[in-house]
Ligand binder design. Structure first.
Ligand SMILES: [Mn+2]
Length: 341
């Protein structure tokens, strides 16, 4: 499946890895299954080749993904600042996975920028920050970074993943499974081929599915109920729906990182609703998630109004305003965006 990678990408990647001894692998803030899956998969794969690798992430991953990091090897910057920053400082190769702009790693951004190491990006978001990296392996026509990484590793391995470590195979599957919301969106033909080969490798898909999608707390289910019953606002004339969650509400339901994962997709289940948004109030900003199920570009919408970016049908962003004003701002921005397009 050479079409997934540009010519020489795999060779360039391999050469960079072979000439490095201290490899640091980073991913984006609020890591999801694809983010954590890809860094764990690559790290285990390179460790098998005898490389020293360290995973550094900006902030904690959701609890249901803990099984990908059973020994707690992943360095979380907000918890172990000194160790995380030292790892980056002494790296001779930095590999960034599952994000397109260095601003997506927040406080790690200046540290990564200042690092003299070689830098590689492997990602599936549009418009990668080319000038920040020595090598960019980017493709938006895949389900996930884990899928792109699968094609990369497979190419390096001469067309088969049969000998990659079990943990790499599992992690690649988890990333694909979470980014496609269990095969319901952004599934490409190659995604099935990848799944096929990983199942042949021995990946236990039922167990992984249970771990990822059935590991929630009671409070998280109650928060979901509250969001749907009391907070979801539907705008039939715009084909849109949105949910705004305040800090007080999140605290009431003992919010833990990852709990609102997937909430943004819920309005899209309503007939005629093709644009949806989820706003969650954080300490210093409002976190924005945007989705679309037709040709409306939430990537462009986020760039224009929500200080963010992403894919055409899934994007994120940030707002700096009072939480009470968010609904009105969203409705006005959407009206403008729809009129202009
Ligand atoms: Mn991803």
């Amino acid at each position: 499946m050479k079409g997934y990678l540009k010519r020489n990408s795999a060779d360039d990647f391999k050469r960079a890895v072979n000439s490095s001894s201290n490899i640091v692998i980073v991913t984006h803030t609020n890591p999801d299954g694809d983010a954590l899956g890809s860094v764990v998969a690559l790290s285990s794969y390179l460790a098998r080749q005898g490389k020293t690798t360290t995973i550094v992430i900006p902030n904690p991953y959701p609890k249901n993904l803990k099984f990908l990091d059973p020994r707690g090897d992943v360095l979380i910057h907000t918890r172990r600042r000194v160790a995380a920053e030292r790892a980056i400082k002494f790296a001779d190769l930095l590999i960034a996975l599952d994000f397109n702009q260095l601003k997506r790693i927040d406080e790690l951004e200046p540290i990564v920028r200042a690092s003299a190491s070689k830098k590689i990006l492997v990602d599936h978001h549009p418009q990668p920050e080319m000038e920040a990296f020595d090598l960019v392996i980017s493709n938006t026509e895949v389900s996930s970074t884990c899928e792109l990484l699968f094609w990369l590793i497979r190419e390096i391995e001469g067309g088969s993943v049969s000998s990659i470590p079990d943990i790499s195979a599992q992690s690649l599957y988890v990333g694909m499974m979470t980014d496609t919301n269990n095969f319901s969106n952004s599934v490409e033909a190659g995604t099935f081929l990848m799944s096929y080969e990983l199942l042949l490798h021995g990946v236990d898909k039922e167990t992984l599915q249970l771990k990822v999608f059935a590991g929630f707390t009671e409070e998280r289910m109650r928060l979901m109920g509250h969001s749907l019953l009391n907070k979801m606002k539907i705008l039939p004339e715009l084909g849109a729906g949105y949910i705004v969650l305040t800090k007080e509400e999140l605290e009431r339901y003992k919010f833990a990182e990852g709990d609102t994962e997937g909430f943004v997709n819920m309005p899209l289940n309503i007939f005629g609703i093709t644009i949806s948004a989820l706003f969650t109030e954080k300490e210093e900003h409002i976190r924005v998630s945007l989705r679309s199920s037709d040709n409306f570009s939430v990537n462009q919408f986020s760039r224009r109004y929500f200080n963010g970016a992403g894919h055409e049908r899934a994007a994120g962003g940030r707002l700096f305003m009072a939480v009470e004003d968010v609904g009105k701002y969203f409705e006005e921005s959407l009206r403008k965006e729809l009129e202009e397009n």
